[in-house]
Design a protein around this ligand. Structure first.
Ligand SMILES: [Zn+2]
Length: 358
């Protein structure tokens, strides 16, 4: 079914769901008379998705292989009329009645028992079949006793935990992720220079996949640490709104690559859902001046290297901690907290450092 929809979409250059539907629905219903009608709907959705992503790609690159049914590696199971997920098995409505397929659970699956099933898809990798299931859970927000300013950087995620009676600074070292990215960047450059055509495409794909997986592992571990600290300290996470990040950092070409290869948004997202799961929903604040303002006297200074130094009051600290502190206090509720003295002490004492490795 998907194959037929795909052929039609390609030959007639159709991207509108309605048009493809009008063209092909009756025909497919006739041809696959024994199948539930939901199959046709899903086939149209999948074929359109494949065709559209092909069009998007071919605008960016010179040669992209047109989609064909052999390339179909993912089967959408979004419809609750056709599929029923059960722990240990999947029931599917087919032209020959209901079919029950047993499945082996992933080791992390236990965690989602009792959650609501939202949708799923079958992914084919070689001769193995995987079932991806999306779960949903309603979490109750917990009471918080303070705020957690989070400053995400290339080499570290810096935290300022600020409560009425306590201040704590933590640096989570993710420089390993940056090292991996830099190494692979060099490798990619040399592949670009030394190889051509299919070999080049294969090598590039291989390395970019491996790089992403390794970097993701580190970022996930780091986000988990952040969420655990939020839960343990009972504080509300505060992050900067990244909408204006490109304007904020004046970038050169090299800076541009560094910015785009660093998945700030992804890290924020991952911190966000991991904290929400634990009952602490993040807030986002406008990032203006968070890296320039002196948290003690309010003077604007330009940080020089890793050290922030205020020319007015002489306050001095790691620039990322200053940013995290400012991010935290930008949230209206904690403005009046009298914590400057405590925070300065906390910064002078040995600051906690957590190093995340692959
Ligand atoms: Zn100052």
């Amino acid at each position: 079914m998907v194959g037929e929809c795909l052929k039609r979409a390609i030959s007639m250059k159709i991207t509108s769901r309605k048009r493809l539907y009008e063209l092909i629905y009756r025909e497919l219903r006739e041809k696959f008379r024994d199948y539930p009608s939901h199959y046709v709907h899903t086939a149209i959705t999948v074929a359109l998705g494949m065709y559209k992503s092909y069009r998007r790609l071919s605008r960016k690159r010179s040669y992209v292989k047109p989609p064909s049914i052999e390339l179909l590696k993912v089967i959408l199971l979004d419809d609750t009329h056709l599929f029923w997920f059960n722990w240990g098995s999947l029931k599917i409505a087919t032209h020959k009645g209901h079919l029950v397929i047993p499945l082996r659970l992933h080791e992390h699956a236990e965690k989602f028992k009792g959650w609501q099933v939202k949708g799923s898809r079958i992914v084919v990798l070689g001769d193995e079949y995987y079932l991806h299931v999306t779960f949903r859970k309603v979490v109750e927000e917990r009471e918080y006793e303070g705020v957690l300013g989070i400053d995400v950087n290339e080499k570290s995620i810096d935290l300022a935990i600020i409560k009425p009676d306590k201040v704590r600074f933590v640096k989570i070292d993710i420089s390993e992720a940056k090292n991996i990215r830099d190494r692979y960047f060099k490798k990619r450059q040399s592949i670009q220079r030394k190889t051509r055509g299919k070999v080049k495409a294969r090598l590039l794909a291989k390395y970019s996949g491996r790089e992403k997986r390794r970097v993701n592992t580190i970022l996930h571990k780091a986000s988990k640490v952040v969420a655990e600290i939020a839960a343990e300290e009972k504080v509300k996470p505060v992050m900067e709104n990244l909408k204006n990040i490109r304007e904020r950092i004046k970038y050169r070409r090299r800076m541009n690559r560094r910015l785009h290869s660093m998945p700030f948004r992804k890290v924020q997202f991952s911190i966000s859902y991991k904290s929400i799961e634990r009952g602490y929903k993040p807030e986002y604040i406008d990032a203006k001046n968070t890296s320039r303002m002196c948290p003690i006297c309010g003077e604007l200074n330009k940080p020089n290297g890793h050290i922030y130094k205020c020319r007015k009051c002489g306050f001095q600290a790691d620039r990322h901690f200053v940013a995290a502190w400012n991010i935290a206090t930008k949230l209206q509720m904690c403005r009046p907290l009298p914590l400057a003295a405590k925070a300065t002490e906390a910064l002078k004492a040995e600051v906690e450092r957590i190093v995340i490795k692959c």
